[in-house]
Design a binder for this molecule. Structure first.
Ligand code: FES
Length: 397
């Protein structure tokens, strides 16, 4: 038997229509949307160049000059706080001959391209270009050249940018989720640790889907998820044009109370009793997924490297008072160590699903009510697939 044909991009988009709507009739997406390199190329424009991309939490660039680098859909980007305290998202591509100025996080007064020393301010303006005279006037170069700057929105401390000049503002599209997460005050939290795992052998959507559905938690996470059982989940609304998919998950033991096998952490100030007994699981696709607890949050940045490879960065957020606890280092170590027990089974499952999707026998599976977030996510995807072809030039120099 020969390898299965993925189908053309147009065919796959047509088939994706069977993956939205009522949970009784929606099927999982066709395998080719995960496995086809051609479809991933299509997604670079239709999804990644036309959506709001989650890049980091603002606490990760606290001081002027602090910057963070990430490449999404072949676009090397820099998140940088400038001398006025503003967060800018810039292209990291030097406007001389295209050298990627840096692909590392760090802190610097300016960005200096290592290749020929063109130098840019933290807001992208060119300030130096040695040995360009007398053929070129430096003042003219300074006036006309800058690192391209993306539109930025900061939502509850989460920094988003878009390459699409025509993208609708992010905030109104996530307004429904706003009320769900507001009590947890993510904007006041601080990222205390990040863990990056590269070359994960699955498609970026496998990661979002696994995080979005609670069906697997009773099985893959048996012994570790009983405090947040699948049958207590309430799915959020997903009105037309929504930019977020989320669910509430009720907890048997509330935040701040000891749960066997987990560190006990202080909860966010001001939570009601009900809010202390809730998790909120939130996706702002394509790049953000967050598990928001009464005592902190774990934020995932899901960045595709190709159709079948993904880089995952896990950010551990806590309220500021928690960071001042005498035993915080130990509590943080325990929390991070739980990647092995909680997240690794998800990553292994995603790899197994991706292997199955490459098979001739890959299913268009029926979905459980405990997977009700998936038709919502598929709707979000289909809206992008059908908007494909728009010019994406959302940067200004
Ligand atoms: Fe950056 Fe030449 S490519 S200075």
């Amino acid at each position: 038997m020969s390898a299965p044909a993925a189908g053309s991009v147009a065919d796959l988009c047509r088939q994706a229509h069977e993956s939205v709507g009522d949970i009784g009739s929606a099927r999982s997406l066709p395998a080719g949307v995960y496995t086809s390199p051609e479809f991933y190329e299509f997604e670079k424009n239709s999804v990644f160049r036309s959506s709001w991309l989650y890049l980091c939490h603002e606490s990760q660039v606290p001081e002027p000059g602090d910057h963070l680098a990430v490449t999404v859909a072949d676009e090397p980007l820099l998140v940088a706080r400038d001398h006025d305290g503003r967060i800018n998202v810039l292209s990291a591509v030097c406007q001389h001959r295209g050298y990627v100025i840096t692909d590392c996080d760090g802190s610097s007064k300016r960005f200096r391209c290592p290749y020929h020393a063109w130098t840019y301010e933290l807001d992208g303006r060119l300030v130096a270009a040695p040995s360009m005279g007398p053929a070129h006037d430096l003042d003219e170069l300074r006036r006309t050249i800058a690192l391209p700057k993306l539109r930025v929105e900061i939502w509850h401390g989460l920094v988003f940018a878009t390459l699409d000049a025509d993208a609708a503002p992010l905030a109104p599209t996530v307004a429904d989720a706003d009320a769900a997460i507001a009590p947890y005050r993510l904007g006041d939290m601080v990222v205390a640790e990040t863990v990056t795992i590269r070359d994960l052998p699955f498609n970026w959507k496998n990661m979002q889907e696994n995080a979005l559905e609670e069906y697997h938690t009773s099985y893959i996470h048996k012994g570790f998820h009983e405090n947040v059982p699948a049958d207590r989940v309430v799915h959020g609304a997903f009105p037309p044009g929504a930019g977020a998919v989320y669910r509430h998950a009720g907890m048997i033991i509330g935040g701040g109370e000891p749960v066997p096998g987990r560190p006990t952490l202080p909860v966010v100030e001001g939570l009601t009793e009900q809010e202390r007994h809730h998790f909120v699981f939130l996706a702002v696709p394509p790049l953000l997924f967050a598990a928001i607890r009464p005592d902190g949050a774990k934020v995932f940045r899901i960045v595709p490297q190709s159709a079948g490879l993904t880089t995952l960065t896990i950010q551990f957020l806590f309220p500021r008072p928690t960071l001042e606890l005498d035993d915080f280092d130990d509590l943080l170590r325990q929390q991070v160590a739980m990647i092995d027990t909680i997240d690794q089974p998800d990553l292994d499952s995603n790899a197994r699903v991706y292997a199955g999707l490459r098979s001739s026998f890959a299913p268009r599976g029926q979905l459980s009510p405990q997977e009700s977030s998936l038709p919502q996510f598929n709707r979000w995807l289909l809206d992008r697939y059908e908007g494909a072809g728009r010019p994406a030039a959302g940067v200004s120099a």
